[in-house]
Design a protein around this ligand. Structure first.
Ligand code: PLP
Length: 440
């Protein structure tokens, strides 16, 4: 043992050595604020990690979790069920667009992604179309940290240490191009044609080998990259025409971030599957899942593994799928979103949020600002030869000197306040960012 009691915990996606030299700790949270062990109130500009969409410490959710823990701590999810898990799935099916009316449950966004990719492969096999095994993601996509997710994901730092990953994966180009769309609000005008890159990949491999395309409707973790106008519509048409499943990874974009239950609704598109996590339980207990269209579900219910009435139709699941505490948190969270009309509230705030964020244009270091819904990417010009250095300086400055928490990845900030944020909260976030930018 060393004398440093921070030694044992190897922190996730963290500069561990720098953190342990100068830690940033939280010990409480309520509403728009996190609190430090010393009692400082830190304004939360990123809803925890895009998950606390109804604000921190919501009493209804806490009460539901507490009650569930006292009644049923755990129930086996394989071959047995709980009424609450069925209730949650029905509620989600009612919220999702079109016939996305079947739900698989898990606990993290990464698991949701692995689940969706596997369902895509199993679906084609069940229909006798088992040569469709290729998966297509997108550069600058983030789909969690499983081997499937990093394979279809498009972030070099998340891939380079981990070998060859899944075979048969291709990527479409990212839709971001600063020269064409700097400082655009919402969906940029330029870039719909990039969906046609799928036609090139179909030409290369033939549609009969491609199982699915997975994209985030708005790429979140790589800096909030909204889809160009018409891009997602084109992708839907191309995939449908080619018999390729379209998966929306809505781990960030669902549950109000873009003003709707799902981004699919904002764009008037019905993908074949939607991955969700984060906001579904307001971050209070890990919960995630995949919404699946009726036809995809039906193919597996009548597939080769369903020949016998006792056959298991999909060999996939987790010990904690439909865990009673996560389901309780999910149900209470959906109640809150409905009762407080939070998706509509977010929609109503979108224009003002964008204007406040855009007012940072001209601040030191700022190279681009991209607001959409209640989410905004702010790129800094990287320090010469030291990518990420300014971003880290900003993490330290905002936390230690501005009482602000904002997610920084590389040299990009991502602001994504809770849907309960007031205009005053958003202005305070903006002002603290402005001060931090002049200080670093
Ligand atoms: N997919 C997307 C779009 C995400 O933004 C994230 C996390 O930010 C994930 C998947 C992975 O989720 P988790 O960290 O819960 O595994």
């Amino acid at each position: 043992m060393t004398t440093n009691d921070l030694a044992a915990y190897w922190m996730p996606f963290t500069a561990n050595r720098a953190f342990k030299a100068r830690p940033r700790m939280f010990s409480g949270a309520a509403g728009m604020y996190l609190t430090t062990p010393e009692g400082r109130k830190i304004l939360d500009a990123t809803s925890g990690l895009y998950c606390v969409n109804a604000g921190h410490g919501r009493a209804q959710i806490t009460a539901a979790i507490r009650e569930a823990a006292g009644v049923l701590d755990f129930a086996p999810p394989f071959q047995y069920g709980t009424p609450q898990a069925f209730a949650l799935a029905s509620r989600l099916a009612a919220l999702a667009p079109g016939d996305l009316d079947h739900v698989l449950l898990a606990t993290s966004g990464s698991e949701a992604v692995e689940t969706a990719l596997k369902v895509a492969l199993a679906y084609h096999r069940a229909r006798g179309d088992g040569a469709r095994t290729r998966l297509i993601g997108r550069e600058r996509g983030y789909h969690g940290v499983g081997f499937g997710g990093i394979s279809v994901g498009g972030m070099v730092a998340n891939r380079r240490a981990f070998g060859t990953m899944l075979a048969g994966v291709d990527h479409m180009p990212a839709t971001y191009n600063r020269a064409e769309q700097a400082f655009s609000t919402g969906e940029p005008e330029w870039g719909a044609h990039l969906a046609d890159e799928l036609t090139r990949l179909i030409g290369l491999h033939d549609a009969s080998t491609i199982a699915a395309v997975i994209v985030e409707p708005v790429a979140g973790s790589t800096g909030c990259l909204p889809p160009p106008k018409g891009y997602l519509e084109r992708l839907r048409k191309l995939t449908a025409d080619a018999g390729i499943l379209l998966i929306f990874d809505e781990v960030i974009t669902a549950f109000g971030r873009l003003g709707y239950a799902f981004a699919a609704e904002r764009y008037g598109i019905v993908p074949d599957m939607i991955c969700f996590a984060k906001g579904v339980s307001n971050g209070a207990v890990p919960l995630s899942g995949v919404m699946v269209r009726g036809g995809v579900h039906e193919a597996l219910m009548s597939g080769p593994d369903a020949r016998e009435p006792y056959g298991i139709e999909l060999f996939h699941g987790h010990t904690y799928s439909g865990h009673p505490l996560s389901v309780a948190a999910g149900l209470a969270t959906l109640d809150l979103y409905r009762d407080e009309d939070l998706f509509q509230r977010a929609r109503g705030m979108e224009a003002e949020f964008a204007a406040i964020m855009m007012s940072l244009r001209g601040s030191r270091h700022v190279a681009d600002i991209r607001p959409i819904g209640l989410m905004c990417g702010i790129d800094l010009t990287p320090a010469e030869g030291k990518p990420g250095a300014k971003g880290y300086a900003l993490i330290e400055e905002t936390f230690h000197s501005q009482d602000l928490y904002v997610r920084v990845a590389g040299d990009t900030m991502i602001v994504a306040p809770s849907l309960v944020a007031s205009v005053g909260d958003i202005s305070a976030i903006r002002d603290r960012i402005a001060k931090a930018l002049s200080a670093i």
